[in-house]
Each structure stands twice: as structure tokens, then as C-alpha cells.
Design a protein around this ligand. Structure first.
Ligand code: PLP
Length: 397
């Protein structure tokens, strides 16, 4: 997970943000060239017979989608809103619609949308989809999302399967699902979808999960008389915010995939739908220090913005890494520890606690890397009605 290469561009961007406005800096800055290079590397490392769809829930900003489009096979939406947005931005890319609790209107929209495939989460949803496709007299291509337990799958901070969850169907539902597929001839079965966890850092474990998905898909194919064309093995490739070099090793994962697929001639197409791992490293959240104070023996730096723009630190429950971009003022702190907070009147508005800094002055900028995914779009931006951050996209838009 290499974000450091973007730092000089971010520093230059902060310089131009300072010169463009008299107010203190508060912005998201995205390095689109770094994003495209990373996505290209992901795509080129993948063996033949594998596909990559970007999970737009991570960050669906138009320039992000545009930078990714040449390197991904398609995009995954998790709501009717995302589906509409993706189609308006990407007229011809294949789309997937997944997620629990889909409305009838969303199912109908997806059926009507050329190039859209559905991930079905339950028997009830499959029944509704069958009836709606029948009414519309439109064929629909679908995956059955399955919730299976894989031996040794371990835990992560965000587990969606292998235990009771609202996601996907149990194996015991499969016979009924197959009966529904036969009852509604406009439903075209494409394959199985699995997304058991996010924040999964271990490439070797991910390879074992993929093996388990391919094995069980093959067994179900025979047991239920199905043809599995594609297995969607989900996303969830983990990012280590504290030690980015320990993030998911995509290159060795792809090498392992190549070896495994070589041993499985005739295997279905293998599809992945990552979000965080694709876009996290391209984004930075930048806040200018407004005040530095001491409270009951601890230092606090109050900066412009906060968790209403950048909810990632409290959502992850971590101290977010940061870089100090020095301005021209004399340091107030030298070789000290400081807690970085925003402008909200709640003690929860903390981005990092008691972090060491060499020097810190009012007017310096705090630049938080790894803010390109699940950052601005998961934040409670209207709380306290502060101004939104500036949005800056660097590179080939
Ligand atoms: C079904 C599904 N696919 C893909 C993703 C993307 O996960 P990540 O951003 O961890 O790669 C998610 C995340 O919640 C998901 O639920």
C-alpha cells in the first residue's frame, strides 16, 4: 500500500490551496494518477480468467470512477442510488447490484438496466425477482449470494458470513432456490457470490477461501444440476492503516491464483469486487491547525474540519496516521505528544491521540493519508453545519 510517493504532490497541492483562499485549509486531495497506476497494477497482476469490479461504496466520486474505468471490468453497486449514479457516470461498463433489502423498484430498475447483473440475498428476494421479471417480460442474469462457513477462515473486524448474518443464503436454502430458478425461466443463473469478510489481510488465507468457493461451487453444480459460469469471490482485501506495508499482498495473491487456476482447467471465471484496497491510498484529508492548547497536562491541536468530514478514525477505532506539513510559523510544540482534534463540540471528534510530533505550529497542515475509501462518503457532514472540505483531484481527470 504505497501512498508515500504522492506526498510531494500533496504538499504542492496544499501550497496552491493556501494561495487560492484566505481561510485556513480544509480539503480532500486525491492523486488520480496514483489511483490509475495502482488499479492498473491490480489488473495486470491478475491471471487470465479473473475479473475485477470496483465496489463503488468505497468512493464513487466521478473522477475516481473515471480514473478506474480503463482498469476494471465493471462496477458494483449496493443500492438503487449507486446503480443510477454508476450508470450516469459509466454509460457502457457492466454493473452488479448487490446488498440486502432491495426494494421491488430497485429490482425492476436493475432488470431494465442493460448490462446489470443481480446478486440475490435471500429466497424471498429471488421470488420477488422472478415475479417482477415475469411481469416485465425481461430476462435477468443473477448470482446467488451464499453464506458458508469455511474451516480455518478466521476472523476479521468486519465479518459478513460463516455465522448468522443478514447476508446471503444458507446452503440449506439452495434446493428451494434452484426450484425457483426453474419456476421462473427468465431468471438466468450465472453463478455463486461469496463475500465472507472485509479487512482480510492474509493473502494465503484468501487463497484458501477462493479454493473453498471453487470447490463448493463445483459440488453444488453437480448436486443441483446447475452450470456455474462465474464465481464472485467478493472483496475485503485488507488495509493496515498503522503499518501500511502489512496490507494485503495483491502480487503474491495473484501468483497463488495463477498457480491454482493452472491446476483447475475449465474452472469458472473468478470475479473479485474490492473497494477499500483499490481507492484508499489515493486520497488525503488535509486540515490546517487553528489552535494548540494544553489541557490537564496534555497537548491538543485543533484543526479545521474533523470527523464530520473524515469519520474513518472513529469508524476504525484507531489513531489515523498523518504527516505534518509545516508552514512558516514558529513552532508552539517541539518533540511533544499531541492529540489531533477537529472543530466539533464533542469529545469524540478525535483523529489521533497523543501522537509524537517533532514540531507543530498554528498554520501547519495535518495531512492524513489512506483517506480515499470509506472516508468523506461515510461522514456525518451536516453535523454543526460547518463548511464542507474543498475537493481537489490531481492528475489526469
Ligand atoms: C458484498 C460486498 N462486496 C464488496 C465489498 C467491498 O469490500 P471492501 O471495500 O472491504 O473491499 C463489500 C463491503 O461491504 C460488500 O459487502
Amino acid at each position: 500500500m504505497n501512498f508515500a510517493a504522492s506526498l510531494p504532490r500533496i504538499q504542492a497541492a496544499i501550497g496552491s490551496l493556501r494561495s487560492q483562499a484566505s481561510e485556513p485549509v480544509c480539503a480532500y486531495v486525491y492523486d488520480l494518477d496514483a489511483l490509475a497506476a495502482h488499479a492498473r497494477h491490480m489488473r495486470e497482476a491478475l491471471p487470465m480468467g479473473c475479473e475485477i469490479y470496483y465496489a463503488a461504496k468505497a468512493n464513487a466520486d466521478a473522477p475516481i470512477l473515471k480514473a478506474l474505468a480503463p482498469w476494471v471490468h465493471g462496477f458494483e453497486a449496493a443500492s438503487g442510488g449507486e446503480l443510477r449514479w454508476l450508470r450516469s457516470q459509466q454509460a457502457s461498463k457492466p454493473l452488479l447490484l448487490g446488498g440486502p433489502g432491495k426494494l421491488d423498484s430497485e429490482l425492476a430498475e436493475a432488470i431494465a438496466e442493460p448490462g446489470c447483473t443481480l446478486h440475490v440475498e435471500s429466497l424471498g428476494e429471488l421470488r420477488r425477482l422472478g415475479a417482477i421479471s415475469q411481469n416485465m417480460q425481461r430476462q435477468v442474469t443473477l448470482f446467488l449470494r451464499m453464506n458458508i462457513a469455511v474451516e480455518g477462515m478466521g476472523e476479521s473486524r468486519l465479518v459478513m458470513g460463516g455465522k448468522p448474518t443478514p447476508f446471503g443464503m444458507d446452503e440449506s436454502d439452495l434446493a428451494q432456490a434452484v426450484a425457483l430458478l426453474r419456476e421462473y425461466p427468465l431468471l438466468t443463473f450465472e453463478g455463486f457470490h461469496f463475500h465472507l469478510m472485509s479487512h482480510q489481510h492474509d493473502a494465503a488465507l484468501q487463497l484458501r477461501l477462493v479454493d473453498a468457493y471453487l470447490d463448493i461451487a463445483q459440488r453444488w453444480e453437480h448436486e443441483h444440476g446447475l452450470t456455474v459460469r462465474t464465481v464472485n469471490a467478493g472483496g475485503g482485501f485488507g488495509v493496515d492503516y498503522a503499518q501500511p506495508e502489512n496490507s494485503f499482498d495483491w502480487t503474491s495473491f495473484c501468483e497463488g491464483l495463477r498457480e491454482r487456476l493452472g491446476r483447475r482447467p475449465g474452472a469458472p471465471v473468478l470475479r473479485f469486487e474490492p473497494g477499500r484496497f483499490v481507492s484508499v491510498a489515493c486520497g488525503w484529508y488535509v486540515m490546517e491547525v487553528l489552535d494548540i492548547k494544553r489541557s490537564h497536562g496534555e497537548h491538543f491541536a485543533v484543526a479545521r474540519g474533523g470527523t464530520h468530514h473524515f469519520r474513518t478514525p472513529p469508524a476504525q477505532g484507531h489513531d489515523h496516521p498523518f504527516q505534518v506539513i509545516r508552514g512558516d510559523n514558529e513552532p508552539v510544540l517541539r518533540n511533544a505528544h499531541v492529540t489531533l482534534v477537529g472543530q466539533l463540540c464533542t469529545p469524540k471528534d478525535v483523529l489521533a491521540r497523543q501522537q509524537p510530533v517533532n514540531e507543530l505550529a498554528i498554520g501547519d497542515c495535518l495531512a492524513f493519508p489512506l483517506a480515499g475509501a470509506y472516508a468523506w462518503n461515510i461522514s456525518h457532514q451536516n453535523f454543526l453545519m460547518h463548511a464542507p472540505p474543498r475537493m481537489m483531484y490531481l492528475g489526469s481527470e
